[in-house]
Ligand binder design. Structure first.
Ligand code: FCB
Length: 446
């Protein structure tokens, strides 16, 4: 395995987490209830009845976690703010005690030489907003902009760049279309207003952040889509899937229009269930996306539909290793995806940061599979940068083993092992490898 990759000068190394997955302390300092607190209480919703009540207790143990990040030599820590800590019911004045936590964390990071890269929304909507319609309701976008302004007013003097949303595609599909994540609604295509309202929220919040002189990114889950065969029916299905997964959440930002959803019976200029109003797309695409965050895990193979409903079926990606989660390991998918973005968006594509990439393993500490996953993906990423694709940094998912949504604590993605009974942290072999890799680049990159 190489001890360094040929990456651009100034390339930034990071690791990611998200509030509900690590913080715990759900009743602390006036935090309100989130949709995930409610979802975890539903019998059978999360494996083993696990919840994020304690998670990694990062809320209290963050100094120890920042010390681990410092040992790694991270440039960037990507974390998320819990909206219900900042505004317990999703509206009204800020809860100062909630913001105090992020204030301490930001100062702790800066003291360790690490740039904070916060995400404003990583799926933990205040339950009070879900009760009035959540992301199906247009007003939630306005509430989000207000929350973004409160957060930036308190932390913006020390936080140069902000990520508005994490993976609006996954949140819409898992949370509102299929009901396997919070808020657990199974609306299928009737979930589409949740796409538009999240993007509108991004646009409105971006304006608040830009007005305060801050940089704005969004983190999208993107996947290269591979047709199962050259059969025209498979090609059409792959195109339909690509439109839903990738283009629906990126075209409006970079091109100012929604993709053609004729394959879904919604036409070439879809209004997403009547959600789109005049002027919205101009707001969503307003100049000011300083970077596109790309969360990449694996490619998707798509075949023609086998039953009525959606215009595609997912087919297995065969002949490759799989993670503990069962996800196919295809490092080449990352440059494949980045080339598609370059070809599709041309000059409209902002610089890219890989905001998530990683794998779950069942090994406690000797996690060779993780090191191999990360090393092969970085090698593939370096090839994309050599072709001139502007990638500025890489954040691995995740710093710590944590609460993996509907999978509870059964999927461990961390560089650091967490014993959830004792909260003891133990760096894994991949931690040492990542630390040495970062150090090798520090020595070489001018
Ligand atoms: C992504 C999520 C992140 C984590 C990883 C494994 O889709 O953004 O919170 O769960 O998957």
């Amino acid at each position: 395995m190489p001890d360094r990759y040929d990456l651009p000068a100034g390339f930034r190394w990071g690791a990611s987490t998200a509030a509900y997955q690590v913080e715990g302390a759900v009743d602390e300092d006036g935090r309100g209830r989130s949709v995930w607190d409610a979802f975890c209480e539903r019998p059978g919703a999360v494996k083993n009845g696990d919840t994020g009540r304690t998670a990694c207790d990062h809320y209290r143990r963050w100094p120890e976690d920042v010390a681990l990040m410092r040992e790694l030599g991270l440039d960037t820590y990507r974390f998320s703010l819990a909206w219900p800590r900042v505004q317990p019911t999703g509206r009204g004045p800020a809860n100062p005690a909630g913001l105090d936590f992020y204030d301490r964390l930001v100062d702790g990071l800066l003291g360790a030489g690490i740039t904070p890269l916060p995400t404003l929304f990583h799926w933990d909507l205040p339950q009070a907003l879900e009760d009035t319609g959540g992301w199906l309701h247009r007003d939630t976008a306005h509430r989000f902009a207000e929350y973004a302004a409160l957060a930036a007013d308190r932390l913006g003097d020390r936080v140069p760049a902000w990520i508005t949303l994490n993976e609006p595609f996954v949140h819409m599909v898992y949370g509102y279309a299929l009901g396997i994540h919070a808020p657990g609604r199974a609306l299928m295509l009737d979930a589409l207003p949740a796409a538009h309202h999240q993007l509108l929220a991004h646009g409105l919040a971006a304006a608040e952040l830009r007005a305060r002189g801050r940089e704005v990114l969004i983190a999208n889950n993107l996947t290269p889509v591979r047709p199962a065969s050259a059969d025209p029916a498979d090609l059409a299905a792959a195109d339909a899937y690509d439109t839903l997964h990738n283009r629906l959440f990126t075209d409006p930002l970079l091109l100012g229009r929604y993709p053609d959803l004729t394959a879904y019976g919604l036409g070439p200029d879809p209004d997403l269930g009547g959600a789109v109003r005049d002027g919205d797309l101009a707001l969503i695409s307003a100049p000011g996306l300083d970077g596109l965050g790309v969360n990449y895990y694996n490619p998707t193979r798509i075949a023609a539909p086998t039953e009525p409903g959606l215009p595609f079926t997912e087919a297995p990606v065969d002949g490759v290793p799989r993670t503990h989660f069962g996800w196919p390991v295809v490092p080449e998918g990352l440059p494949e995806l980045l080339r598609t973005l370059r070809d599709r968006y041309g000059a409209a594509l902002p610089p890219i940061t890989v905001t998530e990439n990683g794998c779950s393993t069942d090994a406690a500490l000797d996690d060779t599979a993780r090191t191999t996953y990360l090393a092969t993906h970085l090698d593939a990423l370096a090839r994309a940068t050599a072709e001139g694709i502007d990638v500025r940094g890489y954040c691995t998912w995740s710093l710590l083993d944590n609460f993996e949504w509907a999978e509870g604590y059964t999927q461990r993605f961390g560089l650091v092992h967490v014993d959830f009974a004792t909260q003891r942290r133990t760096p894994k072999a991949s931690f040492t490898w990542y630390r040495d890799l970062i150090a090798a680049h520090r020595g070489c990159v001018q």
